[in-house]
Design a protein. Structure first.
Length: 186
C-alpha cells in the first residue's frame, strides 16, 4: 500500500516580504540609473546644440573675412546682443578682442546660450591672418540666469568643465578658425 504524505504548498509571509524588498531595491536602482542617464542625455544634447550654433556663426563670420563689423543679429535667427561686456569681464591681452564688445544670447532647442565672439590678428610666416573664435556656454536646465551669473568666469577661462557642470551649465564650447582679413568670400 502506498501512502501519500502531505506536502507543503505555498509561501510564508517572511518569504513574500524578502521577495518584495529585493524587487523594490531592483526597481529603485533601475529608476535612479534612468534619471542619471536622462540628465546626461540633456547635457550631451545641449553640448551638440552649442557646437552646431558655434559652427554656424564661425562659418558665417568667416565668409565676411572676419569683419570687425560682423553682427550675428543680422542673420535673423533670433540672436540678441543684449549682454554688454565690461572691461573686467574679458581679459583683452592675448585673448583677442570681443566682437562689438557684447555677448550674444539665443535659445536653440530649449537651450539658452550666451555667445562671445573674439578676433585677433596674428602673423604667420609673414602673412597676417585673423583668428576668429566663438565661445558658447549653455544651460541644459533652461536657466539663463546661471549663464549670466558666471559670464565673467566663463570669459576669463576660470570656469572649468567640472565647475560649469556643477553650476548647471554645459562645458564652454570654443571653436576657432583663421581667415585673411583682406579676403572675403561672401
Amino acid at each position: 500500500m502506498v501512502t501519500i504524505g502531505k506536502s507543503k504548498k505555498g509561501t510564508s509571509l517572511v518569504e513574500v516580504m524578502v521577495a518584495m524588498v529585493v524587487l523594490v531595491i531592483a526597481v529603485l536602482g533601475t529608476s535612479g540609473y534612468q534619471y542619471y542617464a536622462a540628465g546626461q542625455a540633456r547635457i550631451a544634447q545641449a553640448q551638440i546644440t552649442a557646437t552646431h550654433t558655434a559652427q554656424l556663426l564661425l562659418e558665417d563670420w568667416k565668409s565676411t573675412g572676419g569683419s570687425e563689423d560682423y553682427d550675428a543679429t543680422a542673420l535673423g535667427l533670433g540672436f540678441s546682443s543684449a549682454l554688454p561686456l565690461h572691461e573686467g569681464d574679458f581679459p583683452g591681452k592675448g585673448k583677442g578682442v570681443a566682437l562689438r564688445n557684447a555677448a550674444y544670447a539665443i535659445t536653440v532647442n530649449d537651450v539658452p546660450m550666451v555667445i562671445v565672439m573674439t578676433w585677433d590678428d596674428v602673423v604667420v610666416a609673414g602673412v597676417t591672418l585673423r583668428q576668429l573664435a566663438v565661445t558658447i556656454v549653455g544651460s541644459p536646465t533652461k536657466d539663463e540666469t546661471k549663464i549670466k551669473a558666471n559670464l565673467g568666469q566663463i570669459l576669463s577661462d576660470k570656469l572649468g568643465s567640472k565647475t560649469a557642470i556643477s553650476s548647471g551649465l554645459i562645458s564652454p564650447v570654443t571653436l576657432t578658425t583663421y581667415t585673411r582679413p583682406d579676403a572675403s568670400s561672401g
